[in-house]
Design a protein around this ligand. Structure first.
Ligand code: PAF
Length: 282
């Protein structure tokens, strides 16, 4: 597995791979990898010939009061996991290599989709995400790129960016990978105390209850939101920020829930903000 921190070196490795006719798949990450990320590498391996993984904690997507400084990092561990999983190349640039001219002057405006769900509470976040993803697409020029369903809104925005700006990258969505008790895997889970970790399970418990209610015939989004909030209120360390039932593409709240709708939520668990979602099935 090749490790590079430099754009020029990255370009030369990719040119060699593409010259050999290999289709490049990209898995963008912020590191501190877990099984969720590694399952995205598996998917990239299935759908491309040469898998590049980026590891870069992108300051542009963190607000001033967010957890950029606390965000966990361990490149050595990430490299060993990626090597074992069969990634071909890891691009792990320093800040000045990713943004050589300092903060970029031209950034991606994520538009109205970014005002909903998490975007309503994290102004600037999705602009930062799309700007770094656009930059990674420009550096790697992948055939496919893989993102996790756990960040559902992020994936919806990336799909929309690729479509609206004709970027020509196929976007694949990998399913949410959960711990044995249901908690969605996230690099941020390591920031939870023991008590917070045990209450964090309330997020997936809430989604499971909503799915059960939907299956037994509840279609009214207000009713489903109430069930979600009730379930989360059983976990004292969880503070629900939002829980919505939305259209999978527009992320607009639906008038009536249907199979394929997304139930998305965010909650604080102590100082750590967690997100989760579930696509309703009949
Ligand atoms: O999902 C993430 O880890 C990040 O938002 C991404 C897509 C790597 C951009 O920094």
């Amino acid at each position: 597995m090749i490790l590079t921190a430099h754009r020029v070196e990255l370009a030369s490795h990719l040119e060699t791979a593409k010259g050999r006719g290999l289709l490049v798949g990209l898995v963008p990450t912020m590191g501190f990898l877990h099984e969720g990320h590694l399952s995205l590498v598996d998917l990239a391996k299935e759908r491309s010939d040469y898998v590049a993984v980026s590891v870069f904690v992108n300051p542009l997507q963190f607000g001033p009061d967010e957890d950029l400084d606390r965000y966990p990092r361990d490149l050595e561990r990430d490299l060993s996991l990626l090597r074992d999983r069969g990634a071909d190349l890891v691009f792990s640039p320093a800040l000045g290599e990713m943004y050589p001219a300092g903060s970029p002057q031209i950034t991606v405006d994520p538009g109205p989709l970014a005002k909903k769900l998490c975007g309503a509470y994290r102004p600037g976040h999705f602009g930062g995400v799309l700007t770094v993803v656009a930059r990674l697409f420009g550096l790697v020029r992948p055939k496919t790129a893989v993102f996790g369903q756990k960040d559902y809104q992020q994936a919806a925005l990336i799909r929309r960016m690729v479509r609206d700006l004709e970027m020509g990258v196929e976007i694949l969505l990998g399913p949410i990978v959960r711990e044995s008790d249901g908690l969605a895997m996230s690099s941020r889970n390591v920031l939870l105390s023991e008590e917070e970790r045990s209450d964090a399970v309330g997020l997936s418990a809430g989604l499971t209850r909503v799915q059960a209610a939907f299956q037994s015939g509840v279609r009214d989004p207000a009713g489903l939101r109430k069930i979600l909030a009730e379930e989360l209120s059983r976990y004292p360390l969880l503070d629900l920020q939002y829980g919505e039932v939305v259209d999978p593409e527009t992320l607009e709240q639906v008038g009536e829930a249907y199979p394929g709708c997304v139930v998305a939520l965010a909650a604080h668990c102590g100082r750590t903000r967690l997100i989760d979602n579930h696509i309703l099935t009949s």
